[in-house]
Design a protein around this ligand. Structure first.
Ligand SMILES: [Zn+2]
Length: 108
């Protein structure tokens, strides 16, 4: 009784080698994606802990396009009575971002 040898048949096939290469390459790609660390979304390129998008609040602020200098300016203007909504529009940030920045700056 002959022993079935489907693998041997595949091995004799020229495309088997290509198949193996594909499998190895796809496996390698999967591994690379899995171990690739998350980078801070602000674009600084630093690695953030798993599950986080930014290194800290300052990096989050930066991603919103407001530099520390602008944040100080914003607070100064707020103290002179400039409405938050107006500043949000001028700086191109969300009103909630303005409120958060003011809260943070004023409590410091
Ligand atoms: Zn960053």
């Amino acid at each position: 009784m002959p022993i079935p040898a489907p693998l041997t048949e595949h091995l004799s096939n020229g495309s088997f080698g290509q198949k193996v290469t594909q499998l190895l390459e796809s496996g390698y790609t999967n591994v690379t994606v899995r171990v690739q660390p998350a980078r801070c979304r602000c674009g600084c390129g630093q690695v953030v802990p798993a599950g986080r998008k930014f290194i800290n609040q300052a990096h989050y602020d930066r991603s919103k396009g407001l530099s520390p200098a602008h944040a100080e300016q914003l607070v100064a203007r707020f103290r002179r009575g400039v409405p938050k909504r107006q500043m949000a529009r001028e700086y191109g940030i969300a009103l909630s971002t303005v409120k958060r920045l003011l809260r943070k700056q004023i409590t410091m």
